[in-house]
Design a protein around this ligand. Structure first.
Ligand SMILES: Cc1cc2nc3c(=O)[nH]c(=O)nc-3n(C[C@H](O)[C@H](O)[C@H](O)COP(=O)(O)OP(=O)(O)OC[C@H]3O[C@@H](n4cnc5c(N)ncnc54)[C@H](O)[C@@H]3O)c2cc1C
Length: 368
């Protein structure tokens, strides 16, 4: 059998976006996912303006309805003492999107582009050489490809198997997330970030009758047993807003977040999305990074495949991703450093509340 041009492991936003770009350029493209598609996942579900532009360029925005998404005009931080500071996205808003609806829109767009979706088909093993790459599925089927795209998420078994994992220091702080949705009309068109000692709550409108609440915390910094209701107790104003609102999803968690990579490419192998490295969800940019990475790879694919998908042919992709990643990692690390010290964080936000223009510029720097 002829090898597939592009085999993609992982049918999350990163994998599906690469698949759409590849199929539109005329390459035979197959996505393998061990789950049924579209898949749900723990996510804050705020898509920043640049990510929304990528989604529009893919043609997937048209499949989202107001039942499952809502414009987000910016970010608002709210502290325990009642101070708040808001910054608007400029020049265009972002979008809060229920994850299943985003996955569904991307899956539909991928099918229309001619992508073959192999659902409930995990990839168990990969054999790679400069000449080809051979995947073995969990059921023992062997598939040959010219290029393997690993978009298999935060824990990325393929990144580990290919030796691209960079170990995280054993004492590095570990951060986790937990999210759930509620059937209630969104009360704000900002993503609200409620702050408490060692814990943040992200409230994102995700439809005209739905909000998503995602908690992020550092291991050991939250004394209570970790459960959605116990974390919500820490935010009385938010709890009051949600009083009586029926749950619209099961609570779902993820973490630890920090994943480092030695590199993102090898001969005939490339990492995309969370698999390509992740710091934290504190700035809500994972989806944007994933879609941008997919777009960068998509544009380079004709050249990459023409040059045998060698590591050298993938250098421009490494560079493009690194450009976006350093800015993301810098702002995340800065935000984490401030969030770890509540007294410092309170002072910084009080200061920024007096200079709303400066805060707006920072919001747009971080999400641009
Ligand atoms: C609590 C939380 C809040 C967040 N909030 C935001 C936010 O507000 N905004 C934002 O932009 N980002 C946010 N993020 C980050 C965002 O969710 C991720 O960056 C994004 O989902 C990455 O997509 P992906 O396609 O790389 O990975 P995933 O969506 O994780 O997809 C990976 C896929 O690979 C499949 N897979 C894995 N291994 C195999 C295998 N061996 N064979 C076949 N399939 C396999 C899985 O089934 C899965 O479908 C948040 C994350 C968390 C945890």
């Amino acid at each position: 059998m002829r090898p597939i041009d592009v085999a993609i492991v992982g049918g999350g936003p990163a994998g599906l976006a690469v698949a759409i770009h590849a199929a539109r350029r005329g390459f035979s493209t197959v996505v393998f996912d061990r789950q049924a598609l579209p898949a749900d996942k723990a996510c804050g579900e705020g898509l920043a303006p640049p990510g929304l532009r990528e989604l529009e360029a893919l043609g997937a925005r048209q499949y989202l309805t107001s039942a499952d998404c809502a414009p987000i005009v910016g970010i608002r931080y709210l502290q325990e003492d009642g101070t708040d500071v808001s910054g608007r996205f400029a020049p265009t808003p972002g979008l809060g999107i229920r994850r299943t609806a985003l996955a569904s829109a991307l899956t539909r767009t991928a099918r229309e582009a001619g992508v073959t979706l192999r659902e409930r088909c995990g990839v168990a093993n990969v054999l790679r050489s400069p000449e080809r790459v051979l995947l073995t599925t969990a059921t023992g089927e062997e598939v040959e490809a010219r290029l393997l795209v690993a978009a298999d998420g935060l824990a990325s078994p393929l990144r580990q198997a290919q030796g691209l994992d960079e170990p995280v220091k054993p004492h590095a702080p570990r951060r986790f997330g937990l999210r759930q949705h509620f059937r209630v009309r969104p009360w704000s068109d900002f993503v609200e970030i409620h702050l408490s000692r060692g814990l943040e709550a992200y409230v994102t409108p995700a439809g005209n009758e739905r909000v998503g609440v995602a908690f992020l915390w550092e291991d050991g910094k939250v004394e209570d047993a970790i459960s959605f209701p116990s974390l919500l107790q820490r935010f009385p104003a938010l709890r009051e807003r949600l009083e009586g609102a029926p749950a619209d999803s099961q609570a779902r968690g993820a973490g630890p977040f920090l994943r480092k990579v030695r590199g993102r490419t090898l001969d005939r192998f490339v990492l995309v999305g969370d698999a390509a490295g992740y710091v934290d969800a504190i700035t809500g940019e994972g989806l944007t990074l994933a879609l941008r990475g997919a777009s960068a790879l998509g544009h380079l694919l004709p050249e990459v495949l023409a040059r045998g998908a060698s590591r050298a042919s993938l250098v421009p992709y490494e560079r493009a991703v690194a450009r976006h990643y350093w800015r993301y990692a810098l702002s995340v690390r800065l935000m984490l450093a401030i969030a770890r010290y509540p007294a410092l964080r309170a002072r910084v936000l009080h200061g920024l509340a007096r200079y709303p223009r400066l805060f707006e510029s920072l919001v747009n720097f971080v999400t641009s």
